[in-house]
Ligand binder design. Sequence first.
Ligand SMILES: [Zn+2]
Length: 303
Amino acid sequence: MPELPEVTTTVSGINKVAKGLIIEDVWSDWPKLVRSGKFSDFKKDIKGRKILNAERRAKNILINLSEGKTLLIHMKMTGHVMYGKYREAKKDDKPGWRWLPVDEDHKHPLNDPYNRFLHLIFFLSNGHQLVLADTRKFAKVLLFDTDKTKTHPDLYLLGPEPLDKSHTLKVFKERLDKKAHWPIKQALMNQELIAGIGNIYSDEILWDSGIHPIQKFSEINEDKIKKMYTATQKILEKSIRLGGDSTSDYRNIHGERGGFQNVHMVYRRTGEPCRKKSCRGTTTRIIVATRSAHFCSEHQKLR
Ligand SMILES: [Zn+2]
């Protein structure tokens, strides 16, 4: 699932290409993606609106439109947003493709199976399209009044943004202390405690700070908490610089992979030697609150 760095990458991409364009029409072969009412109403309501800008809140993309509406896209498990020029496939075109990129030289969208499943298309005033590709169709799309953004049920409970200036060590501690008896991995991933962190980054943060994923926050010493706070910012920022993580389905708005999967220290490295200098541990996988956690058997010992 796309986490903070991936959603940030997508949002910056949208801001680069789509600001000021008008949404002229919408198409979908899976109207259930839109959860804020009937698809026909959604279509009627969004047509003719201008894209003002995009922003991120936790793992949500928020696209602010003219005349006070906001389009929310949560990419969930396998979704990603792309921008390009697509045409509907004809009978003899590539099998498995309903839509094809017009520019066949653009190699990535053509060869990457994760980019084939376009289920929602916004036709823009410059002849391009903003599309939602989603293999498993779990993504969530909503349209609501911009002035309700702060109070919207999908948004108001979310915890602070870990890369905001206001997210100090004190705030970080206060948030995690709310679930001090939970395994720390589960607490880090809880969107109401801290926003935007999921499976990949919680594993990498805990590896970096030398904390076992099932350690309770109440049992972690001050020094390690500081390390975890610093690691959180460092790792999320590093992934943003690399264009996010494409271990799985995530692609940027041009259908290209990010680079963070190439620098994993622990995530999905089960059985591999630890990457920490002079550590002799092995990457181990356990289940924590239904999610898999990867950690080093030596420098992330349970205390
Ligand atoms: Zn280690």
